[in-house]
Each structure stands twice: as structure tokens, then as C-alpha cells.
Design a protein around this ligand. Structure first.
Ligand SMILES: Nc1nc2c(ncn2[C@@H]2O[C@H](COP(=O)(O)OP(=O)(O)O)[C@@H](O)[C@H]2O)c(=O)[nH]1
Ligand SMILES: [Mg+2]
Length: 417
């Protein structure tokens, strides 16, 4: 299945491009406004993601990657969330709304979101009117728009989504702890696809819809990263990951690598890294201060990559995170990689991301995938925090247990494809 993204100043313009490129039998996977960055960013147009259920060309995977990265903005998952919001619920006592502080805080967001939905809905209706009937045979794009309008009408009435299109799969997805709003979004995807998606292609369509949302994942470009600082909570796998990366860089790619550690807190912490460095026959250095780190990096200017380990400390230790900012400032161009655990609960995951968010996180490694029993929960966390995932680690073996992050692989794991 070929999946492509089209943008236009209106839905109609984007749909015209779909029709021109994929023909009138294309399936509409998704329609959403494109906005400038930020929660309240100005709308700049619309994006329509369309799928063509023809013979998949050999390059279909790369076509998926070629699709422009989605910009921030509400999508169908947000539309479902709106069903729970005040904007679409039965009228509630104005007094209660006034006196509930949480409700007051969220009202601004609700209003904005409802306006956005209204924009979207109006645009979908306008599009139907603009489409020339002759070029829209039965079972074509108008069907998708009609399905979207039905869903919108249901949302406007505050009715919960029944997941009628997913059927039993909805339960299986819930068992992976995939967030409810994402399950609802997938149900809409099937609704929009209608009867024209063969049962044996449903899993592909849904996996592709999930994978598309992991828009910030990409392979690591080591030519653009000379100094990588690994941060994350204690015991999450930072040192082990550094050893795995060093193994890949030295043994497979033949690069000159230096290991460094800022971990001067724990007795023996440096020994672990030094042991890996000895195995690979590469230097291992220790820096106690930002100035020392600067000097060491200058002394190893000939290295292709310096991988810098940090102390395992309680993530709640804000002083330690603050200290790391000093190291970042001392090394222009240093890139920070956050290690998060695949088996973390939602709250724990959010706490780690929040704690380290004061650092300029450019990359993410997800550790302990082998210990993750809830792929849907992991997917939800990674998507929610919009992390730039580069690798997954899959076990304790150094250097083998690490793989490049691949959105479709996680999506398939969630869908069970
Ligand atoms: N199951 C599993 N264990 C891992 C993985 N990565 C690291 N570990 C283990 O997690 C423990 C802590 O790893 P370490 O690298 O010392 O964590 P650090 O404190 O963040 O540096 C060690 O026992 C590692 O072998 C992984 O991908 N899967
Ligand atoms: Mg360590």
C-alpha cells in the first residue's frame, strides 16, 4: 500500500492533488489542519494523507519516509478528546464551571479546540460542495467525507465512539495499553477507508497510520554528531548503551571513538566504562568539571565521535540536571541523548521526560524493549512526548542488543501485524 501526504490551502485543494496523483480510488487515511508550531498556532492550510491500495512499489517504505513531516495541529484523536470536553458535552451548570479551578484552566484550550474543529468541519462541508459531481463517482472521496461528517456529528452529540470498525481488534489494542483516543483514531481510519480496504490489508493500513505519527524518528547521522552526551535516570542502561554504540561505531563503521564519563560520584562507575573501552581498544577519559571536559575534547580533537556517559542519579535530583546544563554550555555543538525505559509506566515516563526537558535533548534511546509488555503504552508515550527516537536496546548483550528505531516496526507490534 502506497501512502502519501498532500497539503493545500483548503481540503479541496489537497484532495485535488490526491486525485491527480493517486486517482479517484485513493483512500483518505486522514484529514487535518496544518498549523504553525505551538498549541494555538495559526492555521496555514490542510494536510490530507491518502493511501492507494494498488500493487505496492518496491520503494513504498521510503515513500512513507518521504511524506512531509506532519506539523503540529489537531487531528482525529483530538477530535475524540473533544467529545469528552465541555464544548460537546450536555450543558453543565455554569456555577460548577466557574468554581472548578481545573475546569477553568482547561477552558481556554477547549474553546480553541472547538473553534479548530468547527474550522475543520466547515472546510469538509465546503469541500463536498466544491467537488464537481462528475469527477466523484460513487464510493469515491465523497464517501470518506461523508464518513468524517458522520463522525463529527456523533462527536457533536457527545456520543462515545463505539469502535465499530475495529471490532475485536479494539479490545486487543486496549490490552496493549494503547491510549483510548488513539484506538478511536484508528477506528476512524477504518471508517474512512470503508469497504475498499481488503480484510488482509487492514493491519497494514492501521500500522501505517500509527507509524506516520512517529514523525520525528530518523536514523542517527554520526557525521553531524561529534559529541554525544547520554543522560537519563539511574540504572536505565546509559553506560550499556554507550558501549553498544561504541561497538557499532568502532567495529562496523571503523570510526575513531573516545569514551568519556562525567561520573565521578560512584566508586567503580568509571571501571564499567573503562572495561568496555579496553575491549574495543579505545581511550576512556574522566571529566569532573565543564572546563575539564572542554580540555579533554580539545585533546581528542582527532576523534570522530566522543560518547560521554553521565552519573546515574535520581531523576528527581534537579541540581544534577542543572549541573549537566553547565557541561552542555561548555561544549558548543554537543548533542544530548535521553535514555528512557520501554517498560516505564506512563507517569514514570512523563516524569523522566519532564525532569530532563531543561536540557537540549536531540536524540532518544529507548532501553529495555525486551522487558516491555505493553507496546501500545510505549507507543502512546513516545508519540505524546514527540521524542526523536534513534535506537531501541533489546537486551543486556554488548554490543549486539541494539537496533535502529523504525516506526513501522513498533506500529506493527502494537497492531499485532
Ligand atoms: N533487559 C535489558 N537490560 C538492559 C538493557 N540495557 C541495559 N540493561 C541492564 O540494565 C542495567 C543497568 O545498566 P547501566 O548501563 O549500568 O545503566 P546506567 O545506570 O543508566 O548506566 C544493567 O544490568 C544492564 O545490563 C536492555 O536493553 N535490556
Ligand atoms: Mg552508568
Amino acid at each position: 500500500m502506497l501512502i502519501r501526504s498532500y497539503t493545500g490551502r483548503s481540503v479541496a485543494e489537497a484532495l485535488e492533488k490526491v486525485r491527480g496523483d493517486l486517482g479517484s480510488g485513493a483512500l483518505i487515511v486522514e484529514t487535518r489542519p496544518v498549523r504553525e508550531p505551538g498549541l494555538f498556532g495559526r492555521r496555514t492550510g490542510y494536510e490530507v494523507v491518502a493511501a492507494c491500495d494498488g500493487a505496492a512499489p518496491a520503494s513504498s517504505a521510503s515513500r512513507l519516509a518521504e511524506a512531509p513531516a506532519p506539523r503540529s495541529g489537531p487531528h482525529r484523536a483530538d477530535a475524540y478528546r473533544l467529545a469528552e470536553s465541555t464544548a460537546f458535552q450536555p450543558p453543565e451548570s455554569a456555577d460548577r464551571r466557574q468554581t472548578d479551578p481545573d475546569r477553568r484552566r482547561s477552558d481556554a484550550g477547549d474553546r480553541s479546540a472547538s473553534h479548530q474543529l468547527a474550522d475543520w468541519s466547515a472546510s469538509a462541508n465546503a469541500t463536498t460542495a466544491e467537488l464537481p459531481p462528475a469527477s466523484a463517482p460513487p464510493g469515491d472521496l465523497n464517501d470518506e467525507l461523508a464518513a468524517i461528517r458522520r463522525q463529527l456529528a456523533r462527536l457533536a452529540r457527545g456520543q462515545p465512539a463505539p469502535h465499530q470498525h475495529l471490532g475485536d481488534l479494539a479490545e486487543a489494542l486496549a490490552a496493549t495499553e494503547l491510549p483510548e483516543e488513539i484506538i478511536a483514531e484508528l477506528d476512524l481510519t477504518l471508517d474512512a477507508a470503508g469497504d475498499r480496504v481488503a480484510p488482509d490489508r487492514r493491519h497494514d493500513l492501521l500500522s501505517a497510520a500509527l507509524a506516520r505519527r512517529l514523525d520525528r524518528w530518523a536514523a542517527m547521522d554520526w557525521n553531524a554528531c561529534r559529541h554525544l552526551l547520554m543522560v537519563g535516570p539511574t540504572g536505565i542502561g546509559k553506560t550499556t548503551t554507550i558501549a553498544k554504540l561504541a561497538g557499532e561505531l568502532v567495529l562496523r563503521q571503523g570510526r575513531r571513538v573516545v569514551l568519556a564519563t562525567l561520573d565521578t560520584y560512584r566508586v567503580g562507575a568509571q571501571d564499567q566504562l573503562k572495561a568496555y573501552a579496553d575491549l574495543l581498544d579505545i581511550p576512556c577519559v574522566v571529566a569532573a568539571t565543564p572546563a575539564q571536559l572542554g580540555e579533554l575534547l580539545a585533546a581528542h580533537a582527532a576523534a570522530d565521535v566522543v560518547l560521554i556517559d553521565t552519573a546515574g542519579r535520581n531523576p528527581a535530583d534537579a541540581a544534577r540536571v542543572h549541573e549537566l546544563r553547565g557541561f552542555c554550555r561548555a561544549v558548543p555543538g554537543i548533542q544530548v541523548c535521553l535514555a528512557v525505559a520501554a517498560n516505564a509506566g506512563r507517569a514514570e515516563f512523563a516524569a523522566v521526560v519532564e525532569r530532563f526537558s531543561t536540557l537540549p535533548i536531540a536524540h532518544t534511546v529507548v532501553t529495555k524493549l525486551d522487558e516491555c509488555a505493553a507496546a501500545g503504552r510505549l507507543y502512546g508515550c513516545l508519540r505524546r512526548h514527540r521524542l526523536n527516537v534513534r535506537w531501541f536496546t533489546t537486551g543486556q548483550e554488548v554490543p549486539t542488543d541494539i537496533v535502529a528505531a523504525e516506526p513501522m516496526a513498533l506500529a506493527r507490534q502494537v497492531i499485532g501485524a
